[in-house]
Design a protein around this ligand. Structure first.
Ligand code: HEM
Length: 220
């Protein structure tokens, strides 16, 4: 039977519940029970990586990287879950093939993933018009994403917040520090904001200081 979906997010959520119901291996006791198995990533991360590779390294094949990393598949469904370690392996092979260090890759990848997520999870950005607005709503957005069963995003600690100055502490078992910085940079580009971002690793945390200046609209 066909149903009309109000938005892309509603459609995705409906699709997700079907994927979970259809997968006999996943016993869904509570919304987040799939995450208790630990270390799983949304297929959206893999798809973002495939796009990133196509765009930036046309001579590298994402499918070949998946094969080299001995992954079971090279097709990833959004709202389905794949081991973190598979993702890490593909990144390592990419780093080898492109002779680019991992932290540069993660950062670049984060920059482009922001735009991809803003597109496919766009409903969560509804009403958010500026970069400072995004930052002050980031925990709410990520919590909503987690509640909706779309991923396991980090909880951030805000030490200071004023309209143009933030200090954010990021902690996560995944320790995706460079990805985090890349996502921030992607967001500043998306919101056309001039920022100074300083990241410092300290006892298992990434402390980021951001100073922003909204760019004046250009007169043409
Ligand atoms: C500057 C803004 C953002 C930053 C710095 C950021 C950072 C991150 C980081 C570091 C993770 C990885 C999880 C971990 O470390 O354990 C993550 C996960 C995630 N983020 Fe964000 N994020 C931002 C904005 C957004 C936005 C706008 C969306 C959607 C509209 C989004 C959706 C997600 C989702 C779905 C995941 C889960 C991925 C998974 O579990 O596979 N994020 N984010």
């Amino acid at each position: 039977m066909f149903r009309l979906y109000k938005s892309k997010a509603t459609f995705l959520l409906t699709l997700k519940s079907r994927v979970i119901k259809d997968d006999k291996k996943i016993k869904l006791k509570g919304r987040n029970s799939i995450f208790k198995r630990g270390g799983c990533m949304n297929g959206a991360m893999f798809n973002s990586l495939a796009r990133y590779i196509d765009k930036n390294y046309p001579r590298v094949s994402f499918s070949d990287l998946c094969r080299e990393a001995s992954l079971k598949t090279n097709v990833f469904a959004e709202l389905t879950w794949y081991p973190d370690k598979d993702f890490i392996k593909v990144m390592e092979f990419l780093s080898e093939q492109t002779e680019t260090d991992l932290s540069t890759l993660w950062r670049d990848f984060g920059r482009e993933t922001f735009h991809y997520f803003a597109d496919i999870f766009g409903d969560y950005l509804h009403g958010i018009k500026t970069f400072p607005n995004l930052i002050t709503n980031l925990n709410r957005i990520h919590q909503q994403i987690k509640r909706d069963g779309l991923g396991t995003p980090p909880l951030l600690e805000f030490k200071e917040a004023s309209p143009d100055h933030f200090e954010i502490r990021y902690t996560s078992d995944r320790k995706l520090y460079d990805f985090f910085l890349g996502m921030l940079e992607g967001a500043t580009k998306y919101y056309k904001t001039d920022t100074k971002i300083l990241g410092k690793k300290e006892r298992g945390k990434l402390i980021v200081t951001i100073t922003t200046k909204q760019l004046e609209p250009e007169l043409v």
